[in-house]
Design a binder for this molecule. Structure first.
Ligand code: SAM
Length: 313
């Protein structure tokens, strides 16, 4: 019998404290130390999925993305602006930044994000029961609006439902496990047009309990079979041992994967059947290995004046 998400979560490290601080410094410090990287690893894939949706719907506006378990607006930051989780981690673990009060940091961060051009790949709304994280993400301008109702436990409020009405894409990184089919059932009940759902899911969380709910709403789910995505390191030997045990019970082969010390996630994409038939996942997603490696500065010689322009990756 499959383990419940609750049972699997009991083997996973608990980070609840850093999810509900006034600002993201604790989040970046603790998860950064564990080489948490899934927002960066997922970013090129998510970009391809959002672009495919825009093409398929011949849309002239950026999709409205609901980021489930958005925390401090990390995915919105990575997708709207030319920053990465790694870049933000460096910012938040700077000595100078460590000295600031939360109010001061918020003021600087609002200016920081306002100073970048918005790449315009999507508009973001966030769902996270952490009221401080949602408040931060909103105040610094990363998300347009946020929902703090815990949809595992309660129904959407009328105001929440209105916010979700026009959702085009439901995204999650690092959140399935905390959220289950209960949350998605409520989201799908509130949206007007069936959205695309793109999820990066740790391999110990059986996703079929969610995909069967999606199917009730006419969504077909595909898994990208050709790639897995590193999420982070294990926190300690206890988490390592219990995760490997949970994966073994699910019949998941961990040799050369989690057994090397890095948690792995898989990509699932759920879409209305006609969209999935028109462009299967393998046609719209290409994994370019090495894209996320820190390659440093890229130099481009500009012929006209013989000047050299350095472009940061
Ligand atoms: C590992 S963090 C991932 C954050 C972000 N998506 C990222 O990848 O950087 C997990 C997030 O899930 C949130 N979470 C926990 N329970 C949740 C629930 N019932 N509904 C939505 N989000 C939840 C936590 O507050 C936390 O912000």
């Amino acid at each position: 019998m499959a383990l419940s998400f609750e049972a699997i979560n009991s083997s996973k490290a608990n980070f609840n404290d850093i999810y509900s601080m006034e600002d993201p410094r604790g989040y970046f410090s603790v998860l950064g130390a564990l080489d948490y990287m899934i927002p960066d690893i997922a970013a090129p894939i998510i970009r391809q999925v959002l672009a495919a949706r825009t093409r398929q719907y011949d849309s002239d506006r950026a999709p409205l993305v609901l980021d489930v378990g958005c925390s401090y607006g990390i995915n919105a930051a990575v997708h709207r602006f030319p920053v990465t989780f790694a870049v933000l981690r460096r910012r938040y673990t700077r000595r100078e930044v460590a000295r600031l009060s939360s109010a001061e940091l918020l003021r600087f961060d609002r200016s920081y994000y306002a100073s970048w051009p918005d790449v315009g790949i999507g508009k973001f709304i966030g769902l996270d029961p952490s009221a401080p994280a949602i408040a931060y993400a909103k105040k610094v301008g990363l998300i347009e609006a946020g929902i703090t109702t815990n949809l595992e436990e309660s129904d959407l409020t009328p105001a929440d439902s209105r916010l979700l009405e026009h959702t085009d894409v439901v995204l999650s990184t690092g959140a399935v496990g905390y959220v289950t089919d209960k949350t998605y059932r409520r989201i799908l009940g509130a949206v007007r047009r069936t959205p695309w759902i793109v999820s990066f899911v740790l391999r110990m969380f059986p996703y079929n309990s969610l995909t069967s709910v999606f199917a009730e709403h006419g969504l077909v789910t595909e898994r990208l079979a050709s790639a897995v995505f590193v999420q982070r390191r294990f926190r300690d030997i206890a988490e390592f041992d219990s995760t490997l045990q949970a994966l073994k019970e699910l019949g998941v082969q961990t040799d050369g994967a989690e057994s090397d010390g890095l948690l792995r996630a898989e990509l699932y994409l759920s879409r209305p059947a006609t969209d999935a038939w028109a462009a299967p996942i393998d046609d719209i997603v290409t994994v370019c290995s090495g894209l996320n490696r820190p390659v440093g500065t890229r130099y481009v010689r500009v012929a006209e004046d013989e000047a050299e322009v350095a472009l940061e990756q």
